[in-house]
Design a protein around this ligand. Structure first.
Ligand code: SF4
Ligand code: FES
Length: 250
């Protein structure tokens, strides 16, 4: 559906934004007014509310916390609620597609299930053991293990790094940067009781050693995290675990 520029531009708005949206096998075109401080999510919402209520997309918090608004914006995966149009579409053209490497539910909404299934496969959940202490366990904020994962625990599960990862595209079985980053935070959690199981889970064919260190995840993460750094840590620790097993057998 295409709306004429004159119709789309309202009072006090002098410019129009041309928006191309991938909708299955087709591309729909829209025109919306450019507004001050407009985000990409604002644009999608305006299209859905004023022009085409059938357009499907996902968001929740609008403030960079929930991780649900990821889309491909002008060819690059981004969180759309914190992406300003002015920063990514200086020429007034916006191309929107669903995140790469995930099945499309409809239009701009993807199915995140394969992404979270890989968190499960990487043992990306806290394991308290059979007899967790009654008291709250203490994690010293300046301990080396806590410092090692200080940034990594800020992940919001947005899937942007997963969409940016070429290794996931080549090998859909690959656990991917977010699940491995999560595993690394737990490997360094002194309260967790599944260190060996987790290292074994990420050491297989589709695990950390499949990473080619392209650094696309680190380049695209909207939180400024470095899954590449976390994966390097896992490579190191899985290597040490393999050596320990070898020497025990010898
Ligand atoms: Fe999103 Fe960054 Fe977490 Fe990847 S590591 S899921 S890009 S917050
Ligand atoms: Fe929650 Fe964008 S809507 S992170």
């Amino acid at each position: 559906m295409t709306v004429p520029v004159d119709h789309a531009v309202g009072q006090g708005v002098t410019e129009a934004l041309r928006v191309r949206v991938r909708r299955g096998d087709a591309v729909a075109e829209y025109v919306v007014p450019r507004r001050a401080n407009q985000t990409v999510l604002d644009v999608v919402t305006e299209i859905q509310r004023d022009q085409d209520p059938t357009l499907a997309y996902r968001f929740a918090c609008r403030v960079g916390m929930c991780g649900s608004c990821g889309m491909t914006v002008n060819g690059r995966p981004r969180w759309t609620c914190r992406t300003r149009v002015a920063a990514v579409a200086p020429d007034g053209m916006l191309s929107l597609e669903p995140l790469r490497n995930l099945p499309v539910v409809k239009d701009l909404a993807v199915d995140m299930e394969p992404f979270f299934e890989k968190w499960r496969r990487a043992h990306g959940y806290f394991e308290p053991g059979e007899n967790p202490p009654d008291d709250f366990a203490t994690v010293e904020p300046d301990s080396p293990a806590r410092q090692e994962v200080d940034a990594g625990i800020e992940c919001i599960n947005c899937g942007v790094c997963y969409a940016a990862c070429d290794v996931v595209t080549w090998n859909p079985d690959y656990l991917g940067p977010a699940a491995l980053n999560r595993a690394w935070t737990l490997v360094n959690d002194v309260r967790d009781q599944d260190r060996d199981g987790r290292l074994a889970a990420v050491a297989g064919d589709a695990g950390c050693h499949s990473c080619h260190s392209h650094m696309s995840c680190t380049e695209h993460c909207p939180k400024g995290l470095s899954p590449t750094f976390s994966i390097a840590g896992l490579k190191r620790e899985t290597g040490k675990a393999a050596l320990r097993r070898f020497w025990r057998r010898g």
